[in-house]
Design a protein around this ligand. Structure first.
Ligand code: NAD
Ligand code: UDP
Length: 305
């Protein structure tokens, strides 16, 4: 039985990861300050402990492994706390790396496709350095995560810590907050209520969406591998936002209409992971189709609203 700390374990992805690691027979310590997480994601289990703590402050818990998922991930959420968002990625990751150093724990950093910014190459390979605005409204998230990758690389080089970096691409599924603000939760809730579907910009921008169970399997495979990374994890099936909206309207048989709103500043125009590395090095690829994942997520939100 391993003792595993999950920072951000009361959030969307973290809650699924906690559950899977518990089911696999581990002891799980969820560290979360509930900034964007939910108390209903806290699990009642004899091998699970919840600690309400802000990772920008140091912590001292002896564990075998650390997953750092703590950071607001939805643009709607991090636009509310830009300065704090950078602090969480930079100071929070530093605190967890120092914890890993103290107890010689393995640590996995949840990075993001946002490190590629508004990408000029497509699909995005891990070697691409990205096209990121340093002073825009998304920069707090993008640059915070980029700096966290730098800390991870230097801790590995200077202190030989066993670190793994994964770059997560858009992921969706149950346990997202109703007010999360990201595309899948927004569109499903709007379609279920027969309200207008809010398209930011012309809807021609693309995303490639991964169901959360696939992503969680990838995170665990990465932790158990010898790889440092960074490794892209995501589902390469690419859709325009208009296609996503129409698919959800059809699956729900909704009366919703499309409503076009102003585009978000610096919104990446395309996004699709190249996952050759994950396939070759981790023997990982997504198994859940977009339709199947959407149906599971729709079922979840029906009970939430
Ligand atoms: P989320 O907002 O649902 O979860 C983040 C969790 O971190 C929340 O429970 C929140 O309360 C907690 N948290 C935030 N600041 C904290 C702090 N200072 N101290 C302790 N806990 C704190 O987001 P998510 O979608 O589950 O994302 C999890 C991680 O994966 C994030 O690091 C995010 O950047 C990364 N990621 C997610 C996606 C995606 O599509 N979901 C894509 C790329 C990267
Ligand atoms: N989006 C949209 N309407 C919404 C929410 C999002 O058109 O109600 C668009 C958004 O502009 C972006 C894409 O959907 O182009 C994905 O947005 P999300 O916030 O889910 O994640 P991002 O990839 O931007 O971090």
């Amino acid at each position: 039985m391993k003792k595993i700390l999950i920072a951000g374990g009361a959030g969307f992805i973290g809650s699924h990861l906690c559950k899977k690691l518990l089911n696999d027979g581990n002891e799980v310590i969820c560290v979360d300050n509930l900034l964007t997480g939910q108390t209903k994601n806290i699990i009642s289990h004899k091998n699970y402990k919840f600690i309400n703590h802000d990772i920008t402050k140091p912590l001292d818990i002896k564990v075998d492994e650390i997953y750092n998922l703590a950071c607001p991930a939805s643009p709607k959420q991090y636009f509310k706390y830009p300065i704090y968002t950078t602090k969480i990625s930079v100071l929070g990751t530093l605190n967890l790396l120092e914890l890993a150093e103290k107890y010689n724990s393995k640590i996995l950093q949840a990075s993001t496709s946002e490190v590629y910014g508004d990408p000029l190459i497509h699909p995005q390979i891990e070697e691409y350095f990205g096209n990121v605005n340093t002073i825009g409204i998304r920069s707090c998230y993008d640059e915070g995560k980029r700096c966290a990758e730098t800390f991870c690389s230097d801790f590995k080089r200077e202190k030989n810590i066993d670190i793994k970096i994964v770059r997560i691409f858009n992921t969706y599924g149950p346990n997202m907050r109703v007010d999360d603000g990201r595309v899948i939760s927004n569109f499903i809730i709007q379609a279920l209520k027969n309200e207008d579907i809010t398209i930011y910009g012309d809807g021609k921008q693309t995303r490639s969406l991964c169901y959360v169970d696939d992503l969680v399997n990838g995170l665990i495979k990465m932790m158990n591998s010898e790889c440092f990374g960074p490794i892209n994890l995501g589902n390469p099936e690419e859709y325009s936002i208009l296609e996503v909206a129409n698919k959800i309207i059809k699956l729900i048989d909704s009366k919703s209409q499309l409503k076009f709103l102003d585009a978000i500043e610096d919104d990446p125009k395309v996004r699709k992971p190249d996952i050759k590395k994950a396939k070759n090095l981790l023997n990982w690829s997504p198994t859940i189709s977009f339709d199947e994942g959407l149906k599971k997520t729709i079922k979840y939100f029906k009970t939430e609203i």
